[in-house]
Design a protein. Structure first.
Length: 132
């Protein structure tokens, strides 16, 4: 078998499709390995965030209990619990109101789609447009 230096140009050109497909396969395998690595670490990070949020729920409960106990030093315990509950209810109402406002903003039609509809109507000769 001739050495690499002795091979003809036609032989090298003939091997080109094989070498290119091997290179493409190797690149795809490398991409799969990188994506797998990143997905694994993303999954681990997401799992740890979920675990922290779960513990955070218990933290929130203890902070609420602490607020009730602190207010119970200056008012009856039932009034302290009712006060903290009222504050939480007010916070929930504000968050829901903000969410509703954002949902309404998000449900508005897209300007681009509306502009496209107007262009189609103008092309058809119907609708409101400037006739010059």
């Amino acid at each position: 078998m001739p050495s690499d230096e002795e091979r003809s140009l036609f032989t090298l050109i003939g091997e080109l499709p094989t070498r290119v497909s091997e290179l493409v396969r190797a690149e795809i395998a490398q991409i799969k390995a990188e994506i797998s690595y990143k997905a694994k670490h993303f999954g681990i990070g997401a799992g740890l965030i979920v675990a922290a949020a779960f513990v955070g729920i218990f933290l929130l409960g203890t902070l609420i209990a602490t607020a009730i106990l602190a207010l119970a030093l200056v008012m009856p315990a039932w009034a302290a619990a009712l006060t903290v509950s009222g504050v939480l209810l007010l916070l929930i109402a504000i968050l829901v109101w903000i969410a509703v406002v954002n949902f309404k903003r998000g449900s508005e039609p897209l300007d681009t789609i509306e502009s496209l509809r107007q262009d189609i109507d103008a092309a058809k000769g119907v609708g409101d447009y400037d006739r010059r």
